[in-house]
Design a protein around this ligand. Structure first.
Ligand code: IMP
Ligand code: MG
Length: 179
């Protein structure tokens, strides 16, 4: 697995530090709101589990798996809900936790859907942001790291369902996905 990584972009230590500072920021705004932390599967399962353990105030956790039809360049595709959360969103303060904000297509569809369900507020927290790749405007409230336009794996992120269990974020060798 390690041999498929070109170089480590973010170490476990850098990520841990960032998770702590994001949790502190989130606490400032949400400590009395019992927010619903909505983990977007599968990529953010590790980030979410570290983040919620860094939140030292009451919150709830639920899970959703979504995708959007069409390629990154297509902005008209429908949102596909592969797994839905079980918590009613009405009146809730929701924090969507996502692994990476890339083109923005998926999240640009998901966020309004959550508002339509009656959430009181919907914020977005992403570990990674690739600003260069954006085709649709999406506003993230909490961003871990802005990164270059490279394909990264580890800490929950996959290539063809592999590498999620690497403890760091690394740049995948091109030969792996171009072969
Ligand atoms: P988008 O913002 O709608 O383009 O979709 C973002 C999704 O694409 C993320 O949730 C990831 O699953 C996947 N993705 C985008 N960039 C990467 C990457 O560099 N590594 C692994 N997955 C990625
Ligand atoms: Mg993926």
């Amino acid at each position: 697995m390690k041999n498929d990584v070109e170089r480590i972009l973010l170490t476990k230590e850098q990520i841990d530090e960032k998770v702590k500072s994001l949790a502190k920021e989130i606490k400032g705004a949400y400590k009395d709101k019992n927010p619903l932390i909505l983990c977007i599967l599968k990529g953010s399962f590790i980030f979410t589990s570290d983040l919620v353990r860094a939140l030292d105030f009451p919150c709830e956790v639920d899970f959703m798996q979504v995708s959007s039809y069409g390629s990154g360049a297509v902005t008209t595709g429908e949102l596909v809900i592969k797994k839905d959360c079980s918590t009613p969103l009405f009146g809730r303060d929701v924090i969507v936790v996502e692994d990476i904000l890339d083109t923005g297509v998926t999240l640009s569809k998901l966020m309004p859907t959550l508002i339509e369900r009656g959430a009181n507020s919907v914020a977005l927290c992403v570990l990674l942001n690739k600003p260069e790749r954006r085709t649709v405007e999406v506003n993230a409230d909490y961003i871990g790291f802005d990164i270059e336009n490279e394909f990264v794996v580890g800490y929950g992120l996959d290539y063809a369902e592999k590498y999620r269990n690497l403890p760091y974020v690394g740049i995948l060798k091109r030969e792996i996905y171009e072969k």
